[in-house]
Design a protein around this ligand. Sequence first.
Ligand SMILES: C[S@@+](CC[C@H](N)C(=O)[O-])C[C@H]1O[C@@H](n2cnc3c(N)ncnc32)[C@H](O)[C@@H]1O
Ligand code: SF4
Length: 397
Amino acid sequence: MKDIGLYIHIPFCKRKCYYCDFVSFSNSEEKIEEYIDCLICEIKEVAENVKFQFQQKKGDLVNVRSIYIGGGTPSYIDSKYIKQILNTIRNSYDFVMAGLTDKQEQFPEITIEINPGTVTEEKLLDYKNSGVNRISIGMQATQDRLLTQLDRIHSYQEFEMTYHLTRKVGFENINIDFMFGLPNQTLDDVKESLQKIKILNPEHVSVYSLIVEDGTTLSKQIEEGIMKLPNERLERTMYWTIKNFLEENGYKHYEISNFAMPNKESRHNLDCWNQKEYFGFGVAAHSYVDNVRFSNITDLNSYIENYKNNEPEKNFVFHEKENYLDMMKEYLLLGFRKIKGVSKRDFENKFQLPIESIFKLELEELKRKDLILENEDFYYLSDKGIDLANLVFEKFV
Ligand SMILES: C[S@@+](CC[C@H](N)C(=O)[O-])C[C@H]1O[C@@H](n2cnc3c(N)ncnc32)[C@H](O)[C@@H]1O
Ligand code: SF4
């Protein structure tokens, strides 16, 4: 049995938020139908290839542990397309969980990202009936002045309505995306947002420090002095305020940016950080299979054209084939994102070598600089290391 994750990219948004450089397009509604047709073809083709190869090689079945429908704004498109995508996956892959006793574990985790202002009760019901069991809602902030400043399409009240509707429809696993370090965001704004999150009581909270991406409207606003970022000290104070508050309120901090109620960690994300394999479908989607990292091209029109011309191979972009050392380094790079850290035993089981036999110098140096700590089973980020995580990651690039 071969465990994999699937990622589906829906690159459409009603409007482009000022800070966003994800591969997503507004004013491209006329391409949605064609795009979904291509996506369905890709899912089927890959499934056929994968099944054939695995069965030939190992007499193995493919088991989908998680499906993540992200974007863009997957909830912007008609829910019939989401049904179609999930039905195609269901008909193409095996949904069997072998040897797992926990009932919850027997089904793949199926997440969809939704945006306030783009969902109705009918859409949510369609998701539920198609097997979606986890919803991720982009809240970003709870102050309308900040949402307006980011050019989000919704108010905080609309977010709350979407959240309550999602609960009403029966979803029991909801994530909220929350951003901090925003221009004009104060520590009091962050504290107010935390109080609101506490009342809503989502199972999972993703907390993102704003990254100013080149070429975005926000980056121009900052260059022109129209917007000013909070200083680094305030940004870090926000982070620790959020971390302490969420931990005091029952959330486990399990990854630098992620907090979950017990047993509600995102399986899809954890599998990525544990260097498990996944296939990405759609424009710009990344994959990691048989130690090879590859993706699709980022241009929407070309992605569609290549399918129309029966040349889907032109959508393929090779990134790297990892050798053994690359894999080990990447295992640490990803593993240190987890608050629990990198397990010595898991490393040795996976690579048949003690972690210290390869990385003794790096680990000693990071310990000496107080960036990581060590206990009997794990190497993990110290508090200082959480703030300066890039210094840790760069040792394993
Ligand atoms: C794939 S994105 C989009 C999800 C959804 N379309 C939305 O906007 O709510 C997932 C999350 O990444 C975060 N994000 C996007 N751009 C970011 C940036 N420049 N800096 C930090 N976080 C960002 C936002 O919190 C967003 O909800
Ligand atoms: S809605 Fe989400 S994906 Fe679309 S532009 Fe805004 S942040 Fe980016």
